[in-house]
Design a protein around this ligand. Structure first.
Ligand SMILES: Nc1nc2c(ncn2[C@@H]2O[C@H](COP(=O)(O)OP(=O)(O)OP(=O)(O)O)[C@@H](O)[C@H]2O)c(=O)[nH]1
Ligand SMILES: [Mg+2]
Length: 437
């Protein structure tokens, strides 16, 4: 059942700001504007800002904007009050509106959910909006303007190709002579093949570039006292972690965020790995191993003393993502070391290390990525699975069976845009939104 109650929420982030916006959507929006804002005309102009007073338990000066359905974000009648950005004022105005019984508080993402249900947005737009709101880098911020539209176009063309293939196969059911069937298969096949190619490519690029959306996790690991925390501090540019000459100083993981080239890098300092001495240290080492497992890159730090031990056996599985680092070269430099040599104390070599890390991910960031959510990745992988199944069974199956496989694939890819969705997909998606959006 579609819920048509008028919904109300503060749309600006919690905390103080120059302005704060209250958003109201639903059939009582205009009535709410008339009741609480003055002066407000009987027949307001669409999308015009009116200057005046919000007249509730407190009075605040500001603007009121009116959007007539369907020309609003949600597609419903909408009113926005642009007031002073004090949490106290905004909360007080919202509770005045709620007390009028003309509406209820909106749930997180409910404005966008209504926009989707009213056909103003498809699911790709919804995900793009969510990515944009939480964007932390250049690549995420581009999603709405460029990527989501291209993905929509691509899905559209894949869907059209599959529908063409479907038409040939369906025709062959009506004319079941063997020759006709063969001909229909031959005609359908290129359309299926040309749908598979772009999907495969999209999935491959996304697999390499997930870090654009998740950030890059660089874990600093090594035996105690080799200078891991000192390295973290040198990268951060301030004393983030405690450094002492006592082995086992760090007992918990510590993070520092660095932005570079439009990407987010999280550097994680960890407890030194050795046979744990006490309960705290043992738990710390477990955390270190957990972080190592999730890392995109591991800086395995040595000093002269630990060099002979090499990389521990149980980290050998991560060898591909390990950069060996030799620290404390201000004390004693060793020329033949296959990795980065540096001194966390003097800063020598830090720039070379960072350059190596950044350039590694910059080079992985090539190729145009069209997928920007795990949901999209999953739906496209499943579509690919169904289409591969189609190809392997084309010689052994009846046209009826092939038709049903194709229909399954078409329905699957339509999920991407949201032509068919279930409530729990929507709940998960909109649940991740902030209040007032
Ligand atoms: N000379 C010199 N000393 C360093 C350097 N880096 C770290 N140290 C010293 O090495 C000792 C250990 O440094 P930390 O950064 O605490 O080492 P850690 O690997 O984090 O040690 P745990 O937290 O115990 O695992 C401290 O006394 C540091 O001052 C360096 O580049 N040169
Ligand atoms: Mg430490």
């Amino acid at each position: 059942m579609i819920d048509r109650e008028t919904i109300i929420a503060i749309a600006t982030p919690p905390g103080r700001g120059g302005i704060g916006i209250i958003r109201v959507s639903g059939e009582n929006a205009l009535e709410i504007a008339r009741r609480f804002f003055e002066p407000f005309p009987g027949d307001p102009e669409h999308a015009r800002m009116y200057f005046g007073l919000f007249n509730g338990s407190i009075r605040d000066m500001g603007y009121c904007v009116w959007f007539r359905s369907p020309h609003s974000y949600t597609g419903e009648d909408t009113v926005e009050f642009h007031l002073h950005g004090s949490p106290y004022i905004l909360k007080s105005c919202v509770s005045d509106i709620l007390n009028s019984d003309l509406g209820r508080l909106a749930k997180p993402g409910e404005f966008t959910r209504r926009a989707f249900l009213n056909g103003k947005l498809n699911l790709l737009d919804v995900e793009a909006i969510n990515t944009i709101i939480s964007a932390e880098n250049y690549f995420q911020a581009r999603v709405l303007s460029e990527i989501s539209e291209k993905l929509g176009d691509l899905v559209d063309s894949v869907r059209k190709n599959l529908l063409k293939a479907l038409a040939f196969l369906e025709a062959s059911i009506e004319y079941p002579e063997e020759e006709e069937t063969r001909l229909a298969f031959d005609r359908a096949l290129p359309f299926v093949r040309s749908s598979i190619e772009p999907i495969k490519k999209m999935l491959e690029i996304y697999e390499k570039k997930r870090f654009v959306y998740r950030g890059v996790k660089v874990v600093i690991a090594g035996e105690p006292n080799v200078g891991k925390s000192s390295l973290l501090n040198a990268i951060a540019g301030y004393e983030r972690a405690i450094v002492t000459e006592i082995p086992g100083t760090t007992t918990d993981t510590l993070e520092v965020e660095v932005e570079h080239g439009g990407l987010n890098f999280t550097f994680v300092d960890t407890a030194g790995i050795r046979e744990g001495r006490g309960k705290v240290e043992k738990l710390g080492i477990e955390r270190s191993l957990g972080a190592i497992k999730e890392a995109d890159l591991i800086l395995y730090v040595f000093d002269n003393r630990t060099l002979k031990n090499g990389i521990p056996g149980d980290l050998k599985v991560y060898l591909k993502k390990i950069i060996p680092v030799l620290n404390k070269i201000d004390l004693e430099d060793i020329e033949e070391f296959d990795g980065i040599r540096l001194s966390a104390r003097t800063g020598q070599g830090i720039d070379i290390l960072l350059k190596k890390i950044f350039s590694e991910f910059e080079s992985k960031n090539l190729g145009e990525n069209l997928i920007f959510s795990e949901r999209q990745y999953r739906v496209l992988s499943e579509t690919l699975g169904i289409l591969s199944n189609f190809l392997t069974s084309i010689n052994s199956n009846l046209p009826e069976v092939l038709v049903s496989i194709l229909i399954e694939a078409i329905e699957k890819i339509e999920n991407l845009i949201g032509e068919v969705t279930t409530d729990d997909v929507l709940d998960t998606l909109f649940g991740g939104f902030c209040l007032g959006k």
